[in-house]
Design a protein around this ligand. Structure first.
Ligand SMILES: [Zn+2]
Length: 317
């Protein structure tokens, strides 16, 4: 009996010593648990905002998921694009992150992919276009001029902030095919720096003014890492400032779209008629099941890697 009792006492004492030792050795543990929790506000500011790339990926994933789950886009499937050959398991394995607040206006539409591009801005008319695009959750690509970015820096910054893509359309809109090597380089570099310094976005592609090209321009674009993006649909909106005339390049007489998957549409966000026509185009193509993407997204979705110095009119296969 006595032995058992002293054994219990020994165990108890041992336990007390261990407990004391632990509190002496790790005094910070209790202190750390008493540390006040960061307020909601600090947590919110520490939360990283979704980057443009993340937004892009979310849009692409959402488009892909909707596209593979619904099947109105049989045209795409029949093209044998490996992108549409996801098994249900693979589809489920694509991580779905919550969409950022700025892009939750409308659900991701389904259908053929198309890129709207706007040259020569930003202009005072660009803001009305941005409002309309934001309301419809539609991204576009703006081939801006460095000189115009300097004139309207807040609009250029807004373009980038709202998830659109900025492309290089040179600093001063000169016909590059008639310029010296030094001038071509200067026109591209100046615009690139102006765009980056104003918006934080480095333009990924080049659209030369007037689509004017020669071997020198292509070589310099290649050296500077720029794929050259032209267009497959020229709305000629600068020539005929008439909404119906602009729409006739994208819709037949019955209002049915003639736009194909992978098309790149050229417009200029410097005319009020263009903005009107662009909004109607977006609404009609959305209603017809098209998905608007930026130029870079278009090539990515079509599994085409644009090569610097090469010329592309579309991302069709
Ligand atoms: Zn232009």
């Amino acid at each position: 009996m006595k032995d058992t009792y002293s054994a219990r006492t020994r165990t108890f004492l041992l336990f007390v010593i261990c407990a004391l030792l632990l509190t002496t050795l790790f005094p910070t543990y209790s202190a750390a648990t008493q540390e006040p929790h960061p307020t909601q506000e600090t947590q919110a500011t520490q939360e990283p905002l979704p980057t443009r790339e993340q937004q892009t990926m979310q849009r692409m994933r959402a488009a892909l998921l909707t596209n593979t789950q619904n099947t109105p886009s049989l045209q795409l499937r029949s093209e044998g694009d490996p992108m549409y050959d996801f098994s249900p398991e693979q589809r489920r394995s694509i991580p779905q992150r919550p969409r950022p607040v700025a892009t939750t206006v409308a659900p991701a539409p389904t259908g053929p992919f198309v890129a709207l591009t706007f040259d020569d801005g930003p202009s005072p008319h660009t803001e009305r276009l941005l409002d309309a695009l934001a309301a419809r959750n539609v991204p576009a690509t703006f081939y801006v001029l460095g000189s115009q970015v300097n004139r309207h820096p807040h609009i250029a910054a807004r373009i980038a902030a709202e998830g659109h893509e900025l492309g290089n359309h040179t600093q001063n809109h000169r016909d590059l095919s008639r310029q010296s090597v030094a001038t071509i380089r200067n026109e591209l570099t100046l615009a690139q720096n102006t765009i980056f310094n104003t918006t934080g976005q480095r333009p990924a592609t080049l659209r030369p003014p007037y689509g004017a090209l020669n071997r020198t321009v292509r070589t310099i674009a290649g050296e500077m890492g720029y794929p050259i993006i032209l267009w497959s649909i020229d709305t000629r909106d600068w020539e005929r400032r008439n909404v119906q005339a602009i729409l006739s390049h994208m819709f037949d007489r019955n209002g049915r779209p003639t736009v194909r998957c992978g098309d790149i549409i050229l417009m200029h966000d410097v005319y009020p008629t263009t903005i009107d026509a662009a909004i109607i185009t977006v609404d009609r193509l959305l209603a017809a099941g098209y998905t608007f993407v930026t130029v870079s997204e278009l090539f990515e979705l079509r599994r085409i890697e644009p090569v610097p110095g090469q010329v592309y009119h579309h991302a069709r296969r």
